[in-house]
Design a protein around this ligand. Structure first.
Ligand code: WTA
Length: 657
C-alpha cells in the first residue's frame, strides 16, 4: 500500500452502526470481549460445548512445549458425527443441509441432513473397502459438487486426513501435494461445469498419477471417480473405480469411532515464501471448535431461520471452514454453487440469493469489485431483501467496495463483516461483530473474543495507536495450525522465530487512533491474487523450469480488479535467441501447466538484465516500481544503474498479453 493510501486510512470518517434488531438478539455481544479477556481458556471451553464429545477433555490447553499446542487434551470426538449424525439424532434429519446449485440452469439438488448422513456412511464404507484406515491420507480434486463434501466427511469419519487440492491447480501441483503428504487414494470427478462447458479433471489426475508413480511407485493405490459431466475419460481398471458403482452400492450403516482431539483432520497446502507449498495441518477438536464458534458468532447465525452462502470453492481454506465444517457443525442450511458468477448471465449470484432467500452471504473483495464494474443495474433486478449479514474475506477490502457491497447488495441494512484470517489460523481472527461494532469501511476492526492480536515493530514491541508494523497473534487459539506436514522446523522458522513467543502472520497492519486494525497486505514474497495466495518464488521456479529461461523475477503489482497480479521479468538463455514471436504466451502457458491458470503472469517482460545489488540480490522493490508505473526510486545500491533505464523503457512499450 502506498504512503498516500496509508494516510487516507486515518481520515476515514464513516461508521456503520449495527441495526437495532440485530444488536438486540446478537449471538456475540459487547460483553463477550470482557468474558473472553477475563478467562480466555474458560471462554474457549464454553465454545467447545457446541460440539458433541465422546470423551470430555481433561485440560483445555497444553502449551508446555511451544509452539506445539495441544487443545482439549484427552478429549475424543468424531468430526463427521458432529457435522451430520448428531443433527439427525436430534430430529433435524429433514432439514436441508445444502441447496446445491449446478452451473447448468435447473440442475439443482436439495440435500437433507438425513440424506447427507446416508451418503457419508456409504462413502465411508466404500473407502474402507479401498483399504483406507485412520491416519491414511486421501487427496480430493473435485469440482463444487455434493460428492466433494461427502468425500471430505467420509475421510473425517474414518480419521483419514484429507488434502483437498483446488480443481484449478495443474497435474504437477496435484502430484507434488500427493507426494508430500503421501496420499494413497485420490478422489476426483470426470469433470465439472465452467462457463457453460464441461471441463475435464480426470486427465490431470491421470497425469499426476503417472508423475507420482515415477517418484514413488505404488503410492497411489486407487482413484475414485465421480461421474459429473459424463464426458469420455480414460479408465485404468487396475486403479480407477467409479463412485456410482462402489459408493452407491455400499451400506448406509456405518458406526463411527471417536478420535483424539489432536488427531489430524486435514492438510491444506498454501503458498509460502519459498518455492515449495506448505502443508498446513489442522486437527480435529480445536479446528472444529474454531470453525463452529466463528461461523455462529461472526455471522450471527440463527440455524433455524438463516440460509447461509459462502461462495468460496472448497479447494481453499474458506470453503473448508465456512462451506463445510463450520456451517454443518452448526446445523445450518447452506447454498453451494458449482459455477462461475457470470454463467449464463451476470446476475446469477443474485438470482440464487433471491431464489433461496439467502440471509448471510460471504464472498471476496475481488468478486465485489467485479460486480461493481458490471454495474448496479444487474443486482437491482433481484429481490435480495432476505440478506441481513454480509461478509468479506481474502484481502483488504477497499472502502469504496465495502460501501458499494453494503448499499447495493445489502440495501444499506446489512452490517458487513470484514474478516481477516489465514489458512494457518483455521478460522476468523479479526473482524467486526455484526451486532456490536460500529464498523469502519476498510478496517477489520478488532481481534474477536478469544483472540489476542497486536501490531508490533521490528523489535516485537507493541506500536502505539496511529502507527503501523507487523501483525502478530500473542496467545495460542484452538484452530491454529499444529505444524507443517512433515516439517516441524519450517513451522517454527516460518511463524515463530521472527518475534519471540508470538505467531507472525506475514501481514503488515496499522492501528488507527482508536486502536482499530487496518490490514495492509503481505510483508513477504507472497502475493494475493483475487484472494488467493501465490508465492513469487514458486512462479519464478516455474518460469526457470522452462528450457528457454535463464533467470526470472516475479513481483506482485497492484491491480484494480484482482488486488495484485503477477508481473514477470525474464532473462532468456543465449541459445533461445529472442525466444520467438510466441514466447510470452509460451511462458504463460508453461506457468499454468506447472502451477495453475491463476498463477499466469499478467505481464511478462523479456529483459537483458535484472536489477541486482552488488551482492547479487534482485531488487524487487525497483521491479515493483516499474510494474506499477512509478518513478524508480533510489538506485544507488544497484551494481549497474543503467539496467533500470532499459527495463523502464521496455515496460512502457510492452502491452498486456
Ligand atoms: C489476506 C484466506 C486483509 C492476508 C482466509 C492473509 C486479508 C492471507 C483478509 C491469507 C482481510 C485474508 N483483510 N487481508 N479481511 N483476509 N487476507 O491463507 O494477507 O488464503 O495473510 O486464507 O490473505 O490467505 P489464505
Amino acid at each position: 500500500m502506498s504512503d498516500e493510501a496509508l494516510a487516507n486510512l486515518s481520515t476515514e470518517e464513516r461508521r456503520f452502526e449495527p441495526p437495532a434488531g440485530l444488536a438486540a438478539g446478537a449471538n456475540l455481544t459487547a460483553a463477550s470481549y470482557g468474558d473472553a479477556a477475563a478467562d480466555r481458556l474458560g471462554f474457549w471451553a464454553m465454545q467447545a460445548e457446541r460440539l458433541s464429545w465422546d470423551t470430555r477433555w481433561e485440560e483445555v490447553l497444553d502449551w508446555s512445549d511451544p509452539p506445539f499446542a495441544k487443545w482439549f487434551v484427552g478429549g475424543r470426538l468424531n468430526a463427521a458425527y458432529n457435522c451430520v449424525d448428531r443433527h439427525v439424532e436430534a430430529g433435524a434429519g429433514d432439514k436441508v443441509a445444502f441447496h446445491w446449485v449446478g452451473e447448468p440452469e435447473g440442475d439443482t439438488r436439495d440435500i437433507t441432513y438425513a440424506q447427507l448422513m446416508d451418503e457419508v456412511c456409504q462413502a465411508a464404507n466404500a473407502l474402507t473397502e479401498l483399504g483406507i484406515e485412520a491416519g491414511d491420507r486421501v487427496a480430493i480434486y473435485m469440482p463444487m459438487i455434493p460428492e466433494t463434501v461427502v468425500a471430505m466427511l467420509a475421510c473425517a469419519r474414518l480419521g483419514a486426513p484429507h488434502t483437498v487440492v483446488f480443481g484449478g491447480f495443474s497435474a504437477d501441483a496435484l502430484a507434488s501435494r500427493v507426494l508430500d503428504c503421501g496420499a494413497k487414494l485420490i478422489i476426483t470427478a470426470d469433470g465439472g461445469y465452467r462457463r457453460g462447458a464441461p471441463s475435464a479433471l480426470k486427465p490431470a489426475v491421470d497425469e499426476a498419477v503417472a508423475k507420482v508413480e515415477a517418484e514413488q511407485s505404488g503410492l497411489v493405490e486407487n482413484v475414485l471417480v465421480v461421474r459429473r459431466t459424463g464426458q469420455d475419460v480414460a479408465f485404468d481398471q487396475n486403479i480407477d473405480v467409479w463412485w456410482h458403482e462402489l459408493v452407491a452400492g455400499s451400506s448406509t450403516e456405518h458406526t463411527c469411532e471417536s478420535f483424539d482431539a489432536e488427531h489430524p483432520l486435514y492438510v491444506m497446502y498454501t503458498s509460502g515464501t519459498t518455492g515449495k507449498p506448505k502443508g498446513i495441518l489442522h486437527t480435529t477438536g480445536g479446528y472444529l471448535v474454531g470453525a463452529a464458534y466463528t461461523h455462529w458468532g461472526i455471522f450471527d447465525l440463527k440455524p433455524d431461520t438463516d440460509v447461509y452462502w459462502c461462495t468460496a470453492d472448497v479447494g481453499w481454506v474458506t470453503g473448508h471452514s465456512y462451506t463445510v465444517y463450520g456451517p454443518l457443525a452448526n446445523q445450518s442450511t447452506s447454498v453451494m454453487y458449482e459455477g462461475v458468477p457470470d454463467a449464463p448471465h451476470k446476475g446469477r449470484w443474485w438470482e440464487i440469493i433471491e431464489k433461496y432467500k439467502v440471509s448471510i452471504f460471504y464472498t471476496a473483495p475481488t468478486a465485489i469489485r467485479t460486480f461493481m464494474k458490471w454495474g448496479d443495474e444487474i443486482p437491482a433486478k433481484f429481490d435480495m431483501s432476505s440478506l441481513r449479514v454480509l461478509g468479506s474475506v481474502g484481502e483488504p477490502i477497499n472502502p469504496e467496495a465495502y460501501v458499494w457491497y453494503r448499499e447495493t447488495i445489502g440495501g444499506s441494512r446489512t452490517p458487513v463483516v470484514d474478516t481477516w484470517w489465514q489458512t494457518e489460523t483455521g478460522a476468523i481472527m479479526i473482524s467486526p461483530l455484526p451486532g456490536v461494532t460500529a464498523a469502519k469501511p476498510g478496517s477489520a476492526m478488532k481481534a474477536i473474543p478469544g483472540i489476542v492480536a497486536d501490531v508490533v515493530n521490528d523489535e516485537g514491541e507493541s506500536v502505539p495507536d496511529g502507527s503501523g508494523g507487523y501483525l502478530v497473534i500473542k496467545e495460542p487459539w484452538p484452530s491454529m495450525l499444529r505444524t507443517l506436514w512433515g516439517d516441524d522446523e519450517r513451522f517454527k522458522d516460518t511463524y515463530w522465530s521472527r518475534f519471540k513467543g508470538m505467531y507472525f502472520a506475514g501481514d503488515g497492519a496499522k492501528k488507527d487512533s482508536d486502536g482499530d486494525l487496518w490490514l495492509l497486505g503481505r510483508v513477504d514474497d507472497v502475493m494475493n491474487v483475487s484472494g488467493h495466495r501465490l508465492s513469487t518464488t514458486e512462479i519464478e521456479s516455474a518460469l526457470v523450469s522452462h528450457p528457454k529461461v535463464a533467470e526470472a523475477a516475479v513481483v506482485g503489482a497492484s491491480d484494480e480488479m484482482t488486488g495484485q497480479s503477477p508481473v514477470a521479468f525474464v532473462i532468456l538463455r543465449e541459445a533461445a535467441g529472442d525466444g520467438g514471436t510466441d514466447i510470452v504466451k509460451e511462458l504463460r502457458d508453461h506457468v499454468a501447466k506447472e502451477i495453475g491458470a491463476i498463477a499466469k503472469p499478467s505481464k511478462i517482460m523479456i529483459v537483458a538484465e535484472l536489477p541486482k545489488t552488488r551482492s547479487g540480490k534482485i531488487m524487487r522493490r525497483l521491479l515493483r516500481d516499474v510494474a506499477e508505473h512509478r518513478d524508480i526510486g533510489d538506485v544507488t545500491t544497484l551494481a549497474d544503474s543503467t539496467v533500470m533505464d532499459l527495463i523502464g523503457k521496455g515496460m512502457a512499450t510492452s502491452s498486456q498479453d
